[in-house]
Design a protein around this ligand. Structure first.
Ligand code: CA
Length: 225
C-alpha cells in the first residue's frame, strides 16, 4: 500500500500543487480545507503523514497538532507563512516534526515528506524494510523506491522479485531462466545478462549509493544491500 498523506491547507492553489507533487511521488493524498474535517478524518483512519498549515478556518493548525499528538506520533510537518513564526512554534513544543516556511518549493516539501516518512513504518511493514528504500508490492506486481514506483518490464520485475525475496542467495543464469521465463520462451544466457543490466541501471538511478544486484563471477547474480 502506498503511504497516505493529509494535506491540511485552506489555500486551494497551494493544496492542489502539494497534492500533485505528492501523488507524483507515489503517495495517496487527501486534502482538507479546515482543521475540523482533518481531525475527524484522522480519528476515523489516521494517515502516515500530515502537512499542516498553521492558519486554518474552524480549528487552527496548532490545535490540530496538539489533538493529534494526544494519541499518535505520526509525522507532522507544519507549514507557516512567516519564518519568525517558526521560533515561536518551536517554543510551544507542539511535537511537530518539521517546519516549512511559505513560499516553499514543492520539491523541497516532497523531499521533507520522504525524510519524515522514512522513520515511520508503513502499516503492516517492519521499519527495517521501509528504511531499506526498496519496497515490494506483490499484489500490484511492482516495486517502490522511497514510495515512488519503479518502471520495470515484466521480466525485470520477476528477476528482482526472485532475488529480493532471498537476499544474499546466488542465482545462476540457468536458474533465472527457469524461474523467470515461461518454458516455451526461447531465451539465451545473454538475454538474462541484458535484463539484469537494465534492472541494475534502474536501481542505480534510485539508489546511487551502491549496487543492489551483485555479479558473482562465473556463477550469476545475487541481491544484497
Ligand atoms: Ca492558511
Amino acid at each position: 500500500m502506498s503511504r497516505r498523506v493529509f494535506v491540511v491547507e485552506d489555500e486551494t492553489q497551494i493544496a492542489q500543487i502539494l497534492h500533485d507533487y505528492l501523488v507524483n511521488a507515489g503517495y495517496r493524498v487527501e486534502i482538507f480545507g479546515d482543521g475540523r474535517s482533518a481531525l475527524t478524518a484522522f480519528q476515523e483512519s489516521p494517515p502516515d503523514l500530515f502537512l499542516l498549515d498553521l492558519m486554518l478556518p474552524e480549528v487552527d493548525g496548532l490545535t490540530v497538532c496538539k489533538e493529534v499528538r494526544k494519541t499518535s506520533e505520526v509525522p507532522i510537518i507544519m507549514l507557516t507563512a512567516k519564518a519568525e513564526e517558526i521560533d515561536r512554534l518551536l517554543g510551544l513544543e507542539l511535537g511537530a516534526d518539521d517546519y516549512i516556511c511559505k513560499p516553499f518549493s514543492p520539491r523541497e516539501v516532497v523531499a521533507r515528506a520522504k525524510a519524515n516518512l522514512r522513520r515511520w513504518p508503513a502499516a503492516g511493514e517492519s521499519g527495517e524494510k521501509e528504511s531499506e528504500g526498496l519496497f515490494h508490492q506483490p499484489e500490484s506486481q511492482r516495486y517502490l523506491y522511497d514510495g515512488k514506483p519503479l518502471s520495470l518490464t515484466n521480466t525485470e520485475y520477476k528477476i528482482l522479485a526472485l532475488m529480493h525475496d532471498s537476499p544474499g542467495r546466488v542465482y545462476s543464469r540457468a536458474q533465472l531462466l527457469d524461474l523467470c521465463y515461461d518454458p516455451d520462451q526461447d531465451v539465451s544466457d545473454r538475454a538474462i545478462d541484458s535484463h539484469v543490466k537494465n534492472l541494475r541501471k534502474k536501481l542505480k538511478e534510485v539508489h546511487p549509493a551502491g549496487d543492489l544486484i551483485h555479479s558473482v563471477y562465473g556463477v550469476g547474480y545475487r541481491y544484497e544491500r
